[in-house]
Design a protein around this ligand. Structure first.
Ligand SMILES: NC(=O)c1ccc[n+]([C@@H]2O[C@H](COP(=O)([O-])OP(=O)(O)OC[C@H]3O[C@@H](n4cnc5c(N)ncnc54)[C@H](OP(=O)(O)O)[C@@H]3O)[C@@H](O)[C@H]2O)c1
Length: 275
């Protein structure tokens, strides 16, 4: 098997859409050599744009690109994953590059079945804030993945935010429920706060501006703080004050139970999608 070192490995992205473009952008802006990165796609316009903005190599020939790879990042939609990966099986059978998938619901066993039984495979679950380099990615590696190969995956996903490893593939169902789908939960709370702000008499613009800045500030404060969010919440909840009234409404309305039920449902759906 080829040696795989951070910053010297040849990375091939199959599919150069939103996610792959964000990861490539993050890698190059963190100093990863652009000449070691190749992206493929069906859309020539997309490839030209990505090559212009990042300086990476591009091709529409998946097999040609895969033949040169130390690591292949599969960044196509889950529905086309089998059709995209099966033709690569012969090309990669000697080199056995690291295979990294970012597709929801595609298991390690699916990829081994389609691409070759003894391959090193890392299954990941990124999320949409990766598009602004503030993603959270859960990763699981099969036993064939070496420490060096885990290091390259760390480099790739650290370029778009947090990279967090899990020992069991089934843990990725919980990752889906928290960070994969999580941005939508916060967007929904933002929507609701904006609507409530307008009902309280603010302009839509002010309600949105204040909501977004508050969400950003709360997340930054929680990350910078050495106490848990529960303590931060207590600190802004003075007895008899305004926050206490709102928190009481959330508690009485069963927010915690609702969040628990919602995340169970998301995790269950993730299990079903993985078959
Ligand atoms: N977006 C997210 O936030 C997010 C989060 C977590 C996981 N993911 C996963 O990331 C993967 C990519 O998502 P995305 O949002 O980046 O999708 P996307 O923007 O649609 O990118 C996929 C790209 O792959 C191209 N493609 C299709 N068939 C191909 C082939 N045979 N060879 C080469 N390229 C091909 C598509 O071209 P055409 O458009 O011409 O078909 C498209 O440009 C998905 O599996 C998704 O589950 C995404």
């Amino acid at each position: 098997m080829k040696s795989l070192n951070t910053q010297t490995s040849r990375l091939v992205f199959i599919g150069a859409g939103n996610m792959a473009s964000s990861i490539v952008g993050g890698l190059v802006s963190h100093g990863y050599p652009a000449n070691l990165i190749t992206a493929t796609d069906l859309n020539a316009e997309l490839l030209t744009k990505l090559a212009e903005t990042t300086g990476i190599n591009t091709t529409s020939d998946n097999e040609l690109a895969a033949a040169q790879a130390d690591a292949i990042i599969l960044a196509v939609k889950p529905q086309v994953m089998e059709a995209v990966t099966r033709p690569l099986k012969g090309t990669i059978s000697n080199n056995k590059p690291l295979i990294i998938s970012i597709a929801a619901g595609i298991t390690v066993d699916n990829l081994l079945d389609w691409m070759g039984e003894d391959l090193p495979v890392i299954r990941t679950m990124p999320n949409t804030p990766a598009l602004v380099q503030t993603g959270a990615t859960g990763l699981f590696a099969n036993p064939a993945v070496s420490a060096e190969q885990k290091a390259i995956a760390d480099t790739i996903f650290a370029a778009i935010g947090l990279a967090s490893w899990f020992d069991k593939e089934s843990d990725l169902d919980a990752v889906v429920a928290i960070s994969g789908s999580g941005p939508a939960y916060f967007f929904m709370l933002m929507e609701a706060m904006e609507e409530a702000g307008v009902k309280l008499g603010l302009s839509a613009e002010s309600a949105r501006e204040l909501t977004l800045q508050t969400a950003l500030g709360a997340a930054k404060l929680a990350q910078a703080s050495d106490v848990p969010p529960a303590e931060l919440r207590r600190r802004v909840t003075s007895p008899g004050g305004t926050t206490e009234q709102a928190i009481k409404c959330f508690e009485d309305g069963g927010l915690r139970e609702l969040v628990d039920t919602a995340l169970q449902a998301a995790s269950q759906r993730s299990k079903e999608l993985a078959g």
